[in-house]
Ligand binder design. Structure first.
Ligand code: NAD
Length: 308
């Protein structure tokens, strides 16, 4: 695989494009909005700086080229990575447009966070050449990528994506069933449901909850996964605690008023200056830089542990 097209340059696209270019690949990047292309161009030096700090040496031949049209971006691409908004109708329209421009050999993947792959691949004439490639945000820093096959995905398609991820020195995780949300987001959303419920019920303040999770289980989970943690804690302990605690945990199927109220009030988080917490634009930028710096430091420490 030599030439990859990245379609959609919002939150995810620029980091993915630059990470692939570091791996020696030629990347054609495209967005339908000129302003997004300009933003992506401005973001690349910052992303490169982080990749330098992560110690990821550039392989020769890699570069990000910005394309003026979808047709230019996908021309001669071996693989197309779709990163447009998480709405089936938007993605379907992009697939139909791509379908008219590519040959049967081109692979197409979606970075969807959780739309079943079987639903997405219906919009392409060669659904066997399509699968999910779910990066985690920020995609140039987080090494784990989920690979999900839909009902019609050929095994060679998923294998080619796994091989690509490994060739970049990243960590593919194969998901065996095409379930909504795949695995990373199912676990995250289970945690978020309980966290929101505890705050809403007044059990804990938001700041205290964040300290509890980040410096308690979160800190631990970065060196030991939940399945291995069961062995460390003892399955008998899990059995006795779960016998009363599972009945207490939130099972709500709707969205908590804590969230819906804020969404109605357009308190959407960092992008609107308030959500759970309040932010000035300067503070938002400071936090983003601080978090990127810490993620780089933690990743380097974890790689050291793994003997890399
Ligand atoms: P975003 O809204 O930030 O960016 C989407 C970009 O796609 C925009 O720049 C938009 O102009 C562009 N776009 C829309 N229609 C297009 C078209 N027809 N042709 C070309 N460009 C078009 O979205 P995002 O957060 O980058 O998410 C993209 C995908 O990645 C989604 O499926 C999302 O679920 C997934 N994802 C997001 C995150 C995250 O944390 N944001 C993490 C993992 C996966």
């Amino acid at each position: 695989m030599k030439h990859i097209a990245v379609i959609g340059l919002g939150t995810m696209g620029p980091g993915i494009a630059q990470r692939l270019a570091r791996g020696g690949l030629v990347v054609s990047a495209f967005d339908m909005e000129t302003a997004q292309i300009d933003k992506a161009k401005a973001a690349l030096p910052l992303i490169n700086d982080v990749l330098d700090k992560l110690g990821i040496a550039p392989k020769p031949g890699g570069e990000v080229r910005f394309a003026a049209s979808l047709a230019e971006a996908v021309k001669d691409a071996d693989l197309i990575i779709e990163n447009v908004p998480e709405r089936i109708e938007v993605k379907a329209e992009v697939y139909r447009a791509i379908d008219r421009l590519i040959g049967a050999e081109t692979l197409v993947v979606s970075d969807t966070s959780g739309i079943p792959i079987s639903k997405l691949q219906e919009h392409l004439s060669n659904p066997e050449r399509f699968c999910g490639m779910h990066w985690s945000n920020p995609p140039h820093i987080i090494p784990m990528i989920e690979v999900i096959s839909g009902a019609k995905t050929a095994p060679e398609t998923a294998k080619a994506i796994v091989d690509l991820i490994e060739s970049l020195g990243l960590l593919p995780v194969v998901i065996n069933k095409d379930v909504a949300g795949f695995v990373e987001n199912r676990i995250l959303y289970a945690l978020l449901r309980e966290a929101i419920d505890l705050v809403e019920e007044g059990v804990i303040a938001p700041e205290a909850l964040d300290t509890c999770v980040s410096w308690g289980i979160g800190y631990k989970l970065s060196v030991i996964g939940p399945m291995a943690l069961l062995d460390v804690a003892g399955l008998d302990i899990y059995h006795s605690v779960a016998s009363f605690l599972n009945q207490e945990l939130s099972t709500r199927a709707d969205i908590a008023p804590f969230i819906t109220k804020r969404v109605q009030e357009k308190r959407l988080g960092l992008k609107t200056g308030s959500g759970v917490y309040a932010y000035t634009p300067e503070r938002g930028k400071e936090l983003a830089a601080e978090r990127a710096r810490k993620l780089v430091a933690v990743r380097r420490a974890l790689e050291e542990k793994d003997g890399k």
